[in-house]
Design a protein around this ligand. Structure first.
Ligand code: CA
Ligand code: CA
Ligand code: CA
Length: 228
């Protein structure tokens, strides 16, 4: 391929990446700078009986796909009940959840938000994973707290997570009823980057290699211009 056509297609690729990422959206006062790609895309598993407690029976609240995509709950549709002690695992396919700090120290910037329906957030333990097998605890959402700063747990912008696991805390916030357990509408990565290879695990240091790629591209452009 001619160098000029390579540069043209590369520039188109880069501009499409940035234009896709440019449309911030806000749901319930929470801004997602990268837009609707920020939300979990795919269901890995839904196990309302995980903790051995009561499971939801209202079929308006037992479809786990209702936790995918941007928040859309309109009573009675759009959320899934986890069950008392139940668990759901979701995957980000077109994006990764990341931290927001350079060095992995708590920066007070929230990175992950769990949209639960109803007035009070029911206690839910949150774990995240890069590969779907090694899980890291990032605390618990509870009461009025439904955003998490994952840098608090030592992660940074270079950590890229594909999976989120939510586990209802058994025996808290009601243990019976047809919609028992935390009621999840959506899960969004406030701090996020596009996954260039959707549905695959992060390449180590992909952030710095992409930066290196941009720098080298800038060098090529400058070099080409100088030659004219
Ligand atoms: Ca997504
Ligand atoms: Ca953060
Ligand atoms: Ca929903």
């Amino acid at each position: 391929m001619h160098i000029k056509s390579i540069l043209t297609s590369t520039a188109l690729l880069i501009s499409s990446i940035f234009s896709t990422a440019a449309h911030a959206v806000t749901y319930k006062g929470i801004e997602f700078p990268a837009g609707d790609i920020s939300f979990a895309d795919s269901l890995v598993s839904y196990t309302p009986s995980f903790g051995g407690g009561n499971v939801p029976t209202d079929t308006n609240y037992t479809d786990p796909s209702k936790a995918l995509g941007a928040p859309d709950y309109q009573s009675p549709n759009g959320s899934v009940s986890l069950g008392d002690g139940g668990r759901i695992i979701l995957e980000f396919v077109d994006n990764f959840l990341t931290g927001s700090s350079l060095t992995g120290v708590a920066d007070g910037i929230f990175d992950l938000h769990i949209f639960e329906i109803g007035g009070a957030v029911e206690a839910t333990d949150v774990h995240i994973s890069k590969d779907g097998s090694v899980w890291e605890s990032v605390g618990r959402v509870n009461g009025s707290v439904s955003s998490i700063d994952i840098d608090l747990f030592g992660f940074s912008v270079s950590d890229q997570f594909r999976f989120v696991q939510l586990t209802d805390v058994k025996g808290l916030n009601g243990t019976t009823g047809s919609t028992v357990g935390a009621d999840i509408d959506a899960v969004g990565a406030i701090s996020t980057v596009i996954n260039p290879n959707p549905g695959t695990s992060p390449v180590p240091d992909s952030g710095s290699s992409f930066l290196a790629f941009l720098i080298s591209l800038a060098g090529i452009v400058a070099f080409t211009k100088r030659k004219r």
